[in-house]
Write a protein that binds this ligand. Sequence first.
Ligand code: ASP
Length: 621
Amino acid sequence: MNSMEAIETRYRTHSNGQLRRSDVGKEVKLAGWCHSYRDHGGLVFIDLRDRDGLTQLVFDADLCGQQTHDEARKIRSEWVISATGKVTERGEGLTNPKLPTGEIEVRVTSMEVLSVSPTPPFTPHETDPVNEERRLQYRYIDLRRPEMQQTLRTRYRTTKIMRDYLGDLGFWEIETPFLTKSTPEGARDFIVPSRLVPGSFYALPQSPQLFKQLLMVAGCDKYMQIVRCFRDEDPRADRQAEFTQLDVEMSFIDRENIITVMEGLLRRIWKEILNVEIPAIPHMPYDVAMSKYGSDRPDLRYGLELHDITDIAHTTDFAVFKNAKLVKCIVVPGGSKITRAQTDSWAEWSKGYGGKGVAVTKVTASGFDTGVAKFVTPVHAKIVERTGAKEGDLIAFVADQPKVVHKVLGELRLKLARDMQLKPSTEFAWVWVTDFPLFEYDEEEKRFVSTHHPFTAPLDEDLSKLESRDRAAVESIKSKAYDIVVNGSEVGGGSIRIHRMDVQQNVFALLGIDESAQKLKFGFLLDALQYGAPPHGGIALGLDRLIMILRGIGNIRDVIAFPKTQSGADLMCGSPSPIDERQLKETHIRIVAPAAKSVSQPPTPDVHDVVHKHAGGAGKP
Ligand code: ASP
């Protein structure tokens, strides 16, 4: 815990984490909350808390007088007081090595009660887990807990490092509007009705993407902003509808320049916050990530790589293998100890990822045993040679369309790492994933969608394919996008952008946005690209997710001061809530009874649904 020098005021001279043995003898004044109290009759002890720590106050009637002593006996949890006294060394055997202030105490001479409190719904030092709804309802008490204060401190320090580091490199922090037009990151917009233009709406930005690109056209050269983004999606453990990102854009650069700047920043953060060095971060093309780990955000802390055995599987008599487009497997070291009941349960589990099951077999000294052993025994030598499987291992196979094989085995890797509590090879496994496909084909909707967003540039060598209407050719176009991944979590993503109007128009056309829709939605961007746009690119890092990783916290609500619940509610202020008639009238809104919902037509997709496949989310820039 780093010490805070209190600003001297009439309430205090020092913070509660500040005093040490070297301060013994000083006359000090402290203020804070009553963390705990012990009444030993003659002596009253109070641990006084502020965000910096705890200091033990001692009330001795001989020193503070009977009246103050009597008042001290009435102090209860979370009362706020200010006390003057003398820093004294604690007696032999009475020091508390767990507290930085544990060698001293303050013997009080006078005290003022600044605020009283009824018994709080919970106390900041409660050891039993407090119900989360209660914590959110009384967030101001919850935030007093030392671990929450530590998280807020880490969050502040991280954003300060971001500003200092980028500021030194010549980045300007420039604000972009919150009341804006829909931006196409692929999620649903939050909308705000306009009072002045009846029937018109602003959208809250899903990210400042187009503004930061326009700032490059405007000659601002290097932009950064720590900015709130809004995506109207269901919250998840690592996603909030309202989240914060570090948004960055630079002119006259290539992918490597952005990667260098961002790596330098991440190194600085990890060093200053955790005292951990980040080694050189490997780059992995998207195709390799998918084929080896079944994911475009591979968790490289665990091996369990996917092996392609399609050619071998096709020579077996097992129909499921013989007829499958792709057959892959993972070898689970020591997996023979996984029970039959567990491996049987994977069939049902795999359905959640579009699979039809997971075939398994165990490797023994003499061959394969159980599961699909009978079918794969004839190709035993080949499988062992391809996969390196050893006695005591388990092999898990999936045979299906490539998308399904990768999804199911990719998820199985993670499940096994969790279920078997595998030891990670390193604390933080970083990787840049590069060379994403520019488009993905949406089978349901029968159209292309952007893998990142529609302003992402294709690789130069693929530019000519933008004119093609052949599905395979379009699917083979690679983009200049990159994601930064740590421990299987995508903490940032960005790209080199399209800075030529004709290229941007071609991309829109491939996404099925016709000329009039282009004008309507993106006219301002296309206009700007005509008037001298420099080559540019950028990235956004999800701040909430970074803090979760830095603090080892699994729940995004625990890294945000005032988060929303799963249903998007703020339990403390009670939002969302109805507005009054006058506000409705002013904003030209009439509430239709909710029942009308079931009879209304499903909305027709607009440009937003057309351009981006994956909805974003907290930290998913
Ligand atoms: N604007 C993107 C996002 O928030 C990030 C980027 O491309 O810089 O998803």
